[in-house]
Design a protein around this ligand. Sequence first.
Ligand code: PMT
Length: 220
Amino acid sequence: MKILVTAGPTREHLDPVRFLSNRSTGKMGYAIADVARLRGHDVQLISGPVSISSPASIVCSRITTAQEMHDLVLEQLPDMDVLVMCAAVADWRPCEVSRHKLKKNAMQSTLPLVRTADILEAVQRIRRPEQIIVGFAAETHDILSYARDKLDRKGMDLIVANDVSRSDAGFGADSNAVTLIDKTGAICELPLQSKHEVAKKILDWVELHAQKIHANASLR
Ligand code: PMT
């Protein structure tokens, strides 16, 4: 299959030296890309700024902002069988980006922000029904109920609910503990394990789901 994976954070600049971002290191998304490549899939990675290097023989496009990730995902999606949105995309950006470093005396104590484009909401409008869309939900509380809400609202096939309040899971850790929830409501809890093991389980679900889609198509 052709699989598009997004990973890492985005950066939303205020001026040439300051930006809004988050703690994503890219480890989870890169693990998914790596496992998919090892299983023989054709993998494209879109990555925000991270310090880890991209897995060997994977085409990796580097972006900085949510808008850049949005534009590249929408451009590449038509050619894909699967999209895995693991990136921690900023939800807000500063209203204005200054070309010059802002002097602290000229700065206000409040920062006017605007919403960034929601990539998965845009994907929902243009996706083909047979494409498989996987998203993540990074939450600190009421994890399953927020994840279910995102699954429905953003029209995903599978959501990976990630408790990011733990130090051994979520942002930065080499391990993760997540719950997979599919659009039928089926739930699979994955206790603490390496991000590579989590990536394998997500890919298992994707491959099984793809087989079902093809079996249904050949019955028609
Ligand atoms: O990179 P690591 O350090 O390994 O950490 C991994 C991780 C914690 C970043 C990863 O496991 C994870 O949870 N990724 C999703 C982070 C996130 O942005 O979650 P969210 O609940 O804010 O967003 C929900 C979904 O919408 C996500 O699939 C996100 O990619 C997508 N989104 C968000 C904002 C936006 N403007 N457009 C989007 O499509």
